[in-house]
Design a protein around this ligand. Sequence first.
Ligand code: SF4
Length: 233
Amino acid sequence: MIPPRALPFRIGSKLKNTDATLLKIYDLLLRHCGPQHWWPGDSPFEVMVGAILTQSAAWQNVEKAIINLKTAGVMSSAALRQIPTPELAQLIHPTGYYNAKAVKLQALVRWLRASCGDNLNTLFAMETDFLRRQLLDVHGIGPETADSILLYAGKKPVFVIDAYTRRIFSRLDLKPDNDTYNDWQIFFTGNLPQNTKLFNEYHALLVRHGKEACRKQPICDNCCIREICKSRS
Ligand code: SF4
């Protein structure tokens, strides 16, 4: 079940109103960066494919692979089941780990046929927690990929946790007690309105902020949330 709002997580000692603080950070990021219009993809199926291809890969390389798949006429569940795995691996070569990702993509489309007969409307009409458990049972789909699929392809109110989110909020000293995926996710879903558009935009803004400002070596001078950051330099 999605947890209720404002659960009593311990956070940085001076930031007590977690829900208000999370919304303030969102507002600052949105004003600074503008809407991000995520996830780029022509269809929910393409979003699902992209969610696997982007594992440990830059998005520019995912775009190249997606163009290859479309040019080869295999951007469909049925075609991805039929293409020989080595050929598929070559098409997605730009994303790296292409042999493993080819196997993952074919596991995904086999599961799609079995679970919903390739009908994504049927798939995403399923109850969110049930569907998430099903996705996590598919080879190659971990929590971040499953949640990206649920949020961006299925329009479900699920907050995606990634390395950017953990880094930014750890530096803000605004975090759950335990550094696990589930605890991070409950930290956000428990303190924000259950709103798909909000979760969509928030995640996209955090990725942009993590790439442009809050990098491994942060560039704090023009950071739009530096006023509330304990780690600013
Ligand atoms: S002030 Fe620096 S460390 Fe803090 S969020 Fe901004 S870029 Fe990251």
